[in-house]
Design a binder for this molecule. Structure first.
Ligand code: IPE
Ligand code: IPE
Ligand code: MG
Length: 238
């Protein structure tokens, strides 16, 4: 598919439907997560190819900690596997890696791998790859409020730009396009503040079936949108 025209600077994805993909095939849910991880790799590559500046992937929500212990621990193992297997290659390709969310809740070995990847990619100049892990939008906002209070910030100094700088996503632009797979049409506590003017793309495709072509379809859908930002007839170029 020809992808001329504006490419969203920041694409964020709620990668949903792994469990149902597996259940439909009579497989354990973890098989869906494994297949989903392959699509994640494919979409990261596709995003770098078309010049997306920032790709944020919702990989594990704060609420996901409430899943059965067995599923949580298998998800952590899968994450560990991919961090070890894939990340040095991504870093070599120039990706700047960071995380958002309550990382301190993750197993220590995973925290160490994440920190290592962030540090090694610090001087890179390529696409920002942001993993939302142990992430909740409300929680992020509350933590930002606490930071401001601890800093003794005066009410008059709390501007939107300042508040932005206290969030985990500090320094990143707001998402232009949020994609959710699996047919659910909700935001599930993802980037609540940042999503204010994001375009939303919902698809019934389950994440393990979300190929690069599907990703390009979502970008194409975005390219058809007119973003008005509350004004009249503003043909915003981004
Ligand atoms: C998304 O797939 C991955 C995570 C939330 C970790 P799900 O595991 O939510 O899959 P469904 O929604 O049950 O199909
Ligand atoms: C959202 O999916 C979180 C991730 C994709 C990581 P969920 O499957 O957890 O969301 P709900 O429970 O359907 O809202
Ligand atoms: Mg789900």
């Amino acid at each position: 598919m020809l992808l001329s025209g504006r490419i969203p600077a920041h694409v964020a994805i709620i990668m949903d439907g792994n469990g149902r993909w597996a259940e439909m095939r009579g497989l354990p849910r973890i098989e869906g997560h494994k297949r989903g991880a392959e699509r994640t790799r494919e979409v990261i590559t596709a995003a770098t190819e078309v010049g997306v500046n920032t790709l944020t992937l919702y990989a594990f929500s704060l609420e996901n900690w409430k899943r059965p212990d067995e599923e949580v621990s298998m998800l952590m193992k899968l994450l560990e596997f991919y961090l070890k297997k894939e990340f040095s290659e991504l870093i070599k390709r120039g990706i700047v890696f960071r995380t958002i969310g309550e990382i301190w809740r993750l197993p220590e070995n995973i925290q160490a791998l994440l920190k290592d990847a962030e540090e090694k990619s610090l001087r890179n100049k390529g696409m920002n790859l942001v993993l939302a892990l142990s992430y909740g939008g409300r929680n992020e906002i509350i933590r930002a409020v606490k930071k401001a209070m601890n800093l003794g910030v005066k009410p008059g100094d709390v501007t939107e730009a300042y508040f932005d700088s206290l969030l985990d996503t500090s320094g990143l632009s707001a998402p232009d396009l949020i994609i959710r797979t699996s047919g659910e049409k909700r935001i599930s506590n993802f980037l609540l503040w940042q999503a204010a003017y994001a375009e939303l793309h919902f698809t019934d495709t389950l994440w393990p079936d979300f190929t690069r072509e599907e990703f390009f379809l979502a970008l194409h859908d975005y390219q058809m949108r007119e973003r008005r930002f509350g004004t009249v007839n503003a043909r915003a170029e981004r």
